[in-house]
Design a binder for this molecule. Structure first.
Ligand code: Z5A
Length: 217
């Protein structure tokens, strides 16, 4: 029986470089012999991707914050049962673009929902499942927004005011301080090369620590 896979999440505000650097992490980890599933939230399963569209769509009716929270966890339940858990159980590492820390950051920090509501759902939906390692790409809100500009029409989250994103960033930094063993804070305000040098160090630590068996040449 293979050892359980490692569950890595990548978090951060809008435009900090998650997608760009997940592609880089994938290249590095696969290159080091890791059997890897790359996925994202909201989304990651067929149902989850439909829920993602509902969450990001701009509509006339304002979305109630609790309804938003429940949709996020509905997508997460499906994602965990159909993709994340089976992969981890088979020894595959999972690299996920956002997970429940995003819920604390956006729905609690951003929208002002009670953290107890999120931790109750976290317990109910995830049981014991928590990320083993979380990479927080951190940059000033203005930097992320400038990078994300010019990508066409803004989704429902991207239309939020600056103060919303400042609260999101502050919540992420608070979570990282509280769970410092699990978190690695990456200074994402630096050049892409410099960011990727920081990420490569973490990749090397993780593969060394978890004893990845490199494939025979
Ligand atoms: N959400 C939620 O509310 N609750 C939850 O529980 C979850 C999610 C899971 C969708 O997420 C929304 O869902 C999200 C929160 C909510 N909304 N927001 N905001 P998403 O992750 O799909 O959307 P996003 O945060 O808007 O991601 P993004 O805008 O696609 O950004 P990114 O992936 O972090 O950045 P990027 O596309 O890799 O890079 C942006 C540009 O910057 C690009 O041109 C790069 O080439 C450039 N770049 C990247 N790094 C650098 C450096 N270092 N220097 C210079 N330029 C750079």
């Amino acid at each position: 029986m293979s050892a359980r896979g490692l569950f890595i999440t990548v978090e951060g505000g809008e435009g900090v470089g998650k997608s760009t650097n997940i592609a880089y992490l994938e290249e590095q980890l696969v290159g080091q012999g890791v059997d890897l599933l790359v996925t994202r939230e909201p989304g990651g399963s067929a149902l989850g991707e439909k829920v993602r569209q509902l969450l990001l769509a701009v509509d006339e009716e304002a979305v109630d914050a609790m309804a938003e929270l429940l949709l996020v966890f509905a997508a997460r339940a499906q994602h965990i049962s159909t993709r994340i858990e089976p992969a981890l159980a088979a020894g595959t590492w999972v690299l996920c673009d956002r997970f429940t820390d995003a819920t604390y950051a956006y729905q609690c920090g951003g929208r002002g929902l009670d953290r107890n509501a999120v931790s109750t759902l976290e317990q109910l939906v995830q049981g014991q499942l928590r990320p083993d390692c979380t990479l927080l790409l951190d940059a000033p809100v203005a930097t992320g927004m400038a990078r994300a500009q010019g990508r066409g029409e803004l989704d429902r989250f991207e239309r939020e005011e600056l103060a919303f994103f400042e609260r999101v960033r502050a919540t992420y930094l608070e979570l990282a301080e509280k769970s410092s063993g699990r978190y690695r804070i990456i200074d994402a305000s630096q050049s892409l090369d410099a960011v990727q040098r920081q990420l490569l160090k973490v990749c090397n630590e993780l593969t060394a620590c978890w004893g990845v068996r490199h494939p025979d040449p």
